[in-house]
Design a protein. Structure first.
Length: 240
């Protein structure tokens, strides 16, 4: 009897477990299924977007390379048209690079004002600091030929303050243009800073040393003669 009773109890328990499982499935099944469907749809959407983004990036990279090939082949007008098109479509980084390439072609064609506008636009749209400063320094080189020294100095100051590697190029350009503008004290001070900037490229430091040797030391003031000796007293008959 004991075995029959145990068997009967087990069958009842199993039936109760099945009924409870069925009740739970009816009660929570739709929610679990809904969550699972949302997860699967999200996963598929992410995979689609990843593949789409990768495909888009590859397509724009190919178009960018084709436009660069036109430049190398000497077809500047064709390349300019392509870069202008690419500057208005695709990922932000490619748009910025296309604007810089377009502006570079304008420089080759002698349109400095158009190129300056293009590099300024590229700096505005740049997705990161490297691209932004690259566009800004190229714009500054053009501004050195098209704008006065005060305007150029205003352009260069943010680059100098950035303390990145581009800042050394900005300081070099500032020194050269200050020298040409007659601001020799500023030029000398900036060149001296560059000679002591051990993080700067060696070639740039060497150029700064050469320029500084040509510029020469600051002229001695009347109160401090060049040889360090006291100023001679006026001779008899000279007014004091």
């Amino acid at each position: 009897m004991t075995n029959e009773t145990d068997s009967f109890v087990n069958e009842v328990n199993e039936s109760l477990r099945q009924d409870r499982a069925l009740d739970l499935a009816k009660k929570y099944g739709p929610y679990v299924l809904g969550i699972f469907v949302v997860f699967i749809v999200g996963l598929l959407a992410w995979q689609f977007w990843t593949n789409h983004s990768t495909g888009e990036a590859r397509r724009h990279a190919d178009a960018f390379a084709a436009a660069q090939a036109l430049v190398e082949a000497g077809n500047l007008d064709g390349a300019k048209t392509e870069f202008e098109r690419l500057s208005n479509e695709g990922p932000r980084g490619y748009r910025t690079m296309a604007r810089m390439e377009h502006a570079g072609i304008l420089v080759q064609q002698g349109d400095l004002e158009g190129a300056l506008t293009g590099f300024d636009a590229a700096a505005e749209s740049a997705p990161d600091q490297i691209m932004r400063e690259s566009a800004q320094i190229r714009a500054a080189y053009i501004a050195a030929d098209t704008q006065d020294f005060a305007a150029l100095r205003t352009r260069l100051q943010p680059l100098i303050d950035s303390d990145t590697r581009v800042s050394y190029l900005a300081k070099e350009l500032l020194a050269v243009e200050a020298w040409e503008a007659g601001e020799t004290d500023l030029a000398r001070e900036t060149l001296e800073q560059l000679t002591l900037a051990f993080e700067a490229p060696d070639s740039l430091r060497q150029r700064a040393q050469i320029a500084l040797s040509v510029l020469g030391p600051a002229p001695a003031t009347p109160e401090t003669p060049a040889d360090g000796a006291p100023a001679p007293a006026p001779s008899e008959g000279e007014t004091k």
